[in-house]
Write a protein that binds this ligand. Sequence first.
Ligand SMILES: [Zn+2]
Length: 567
Amino acid sequence: MDNQMTKQRQVLALKYRPKRFEDLIGQDTISTTLALALDTNRLSHAYLLSGLRGSGKTSTARIMAKALVCENAPTSKPCEVCQGCNSANENRHLDIIEMDAASNRGIDDIKELIEHTKYKPTSAKYKVFIIDEVHMLTTQAFNALLKTLEEPPDFVKFILATTDPLKLPATILSRTQHFRFKRIADKNIIHHLSHILNIENIRYEEAALEILTRAGQGSLRDTLTLLDQAIIYSKSIITVATVTDMLGMIDPVFMDNLFDTILKKGDIRPIIESLESYEVGQVLDEISIYLKQKMLLNDIKFDIYVYDRFFKILADSKQLLSMNSDGGFVLILTLSKMVEAVNVKTIDEVIKQVQNNEIEIPKQTIQEVEKVNITQNAESTIVENIPTQTIVEQQTVEESAIIETEAEQLFKKLIENIYKKSYELGECFEKSFTYSSYDNNILKINSVAQGDCKTLLYKNFAHIKIFVAEVFGDETELEFEKIKKEPTKEEARIIQPSTNSQVGSMIEDIELHEDTPSSCVASMSAMKEPNLSQVELNIDDVLNSKMANTAIQLFQPRNPPKIKSKL
Ligand SMILES: [Zn+2]
């Protein structure tokens, strides 16, 4: 085996350069079209072949030229035995003139070439001019070429090749038949590599060829050059380990370990240490490729939500790198974020947990669910489930509602008066304080005051007391109830009773006719619960999480209560 390997003298790209149209890799349409043109003798005088490097342009040009200098020309199947074919295969046919426009780009070079077109071919039927990298020609050179390109002698054929057809003048493009070469598909390249290795009698791992192909980025020539290198580098067999090592890439086994650790939320420090010798941008790219492959393979290890999160994290990290952030830091951040991203549960999992009672739902929510579920005997259910104070409140709500309307209007007036005194104070007052109740000369106010507003209100408390006395009367006492945060809509809905009784409609009436910020009987009753702060804390915590929203939606009544809370 070693002997055979060291025997490789000629590089593979040259040794296995396609010699017939059917040997061209991954360009079936183009080879078929050209073969057909040759066989039916419908030839253009100039062809333009464009596409990625290593996609087969030069090979195609040479096969085409051979097809024109063979004794049987024009033919799509050169005989390979005649003088013309042999000379063409050895790149020494006098009637095939190859010019590299990258090094001969001036007007003098083109003038010389045009001079050549005037003489008849020495032995073949045609004289073929191949100009590679034609976009490199100078403007003068292009202009000099135009006339000949448009009306060359019958025996002259031009084959122009370029990787960048957009750089060609429109005048050139309009005088040529343009063939665009596709990027060769990876599977075609892999197939070609294994074909060559089988002929060369060299053992290989299929996955190693995939890695080489990926590194070649669609260029067959580049991939073959890498294969040459891999054959030398690998002692007896081309393996994934040797190829990744040679290319400075991360071993897929290491990637498996990396993601096992991340998914198990293990310690990522050893991983970061082993990745120190790699360039971080490359690591991120390889992680992307790895995840993409796992996604296509439907790997059950990964959840679809996790892919989404991982790709977002990778995108963020690449952006950080593009801003010249420290590579090591970006890597640590990326992997740490990935560990965290695994943490988040999916909606399905949360629903399952709710169903299995693994998540504690706030008391009120459960009560609400029970109330919704029971349509008959509604009254008795309420008696069972609602705290005593609420029921008392409901019984008296009809008469107290009217009183509250007046009191609330007075409260509105109070706010107006404070605004008149000081706009800033009025704003703070309105933002921080909401009306709770007014009974037995006691004005209860719910307060969410905090920060600067709180300080301002505290400083002006004496003034506020005077305003209250003005509006509500001298004997009025103030009582404040601290609330951590204004209840959200969902919370209000959870707390409110949902029967279609008189109570509901009365509350609705109040809501519709009054613009005061708070008048919800239900929330008032809730405020009076002894463990209020604790309950609210729970509600807040849960309501702010995505999973709770799912739970709430799950338990939301089909006929939601009519009350529109403005809290
Ligand atoms: Zn021939």
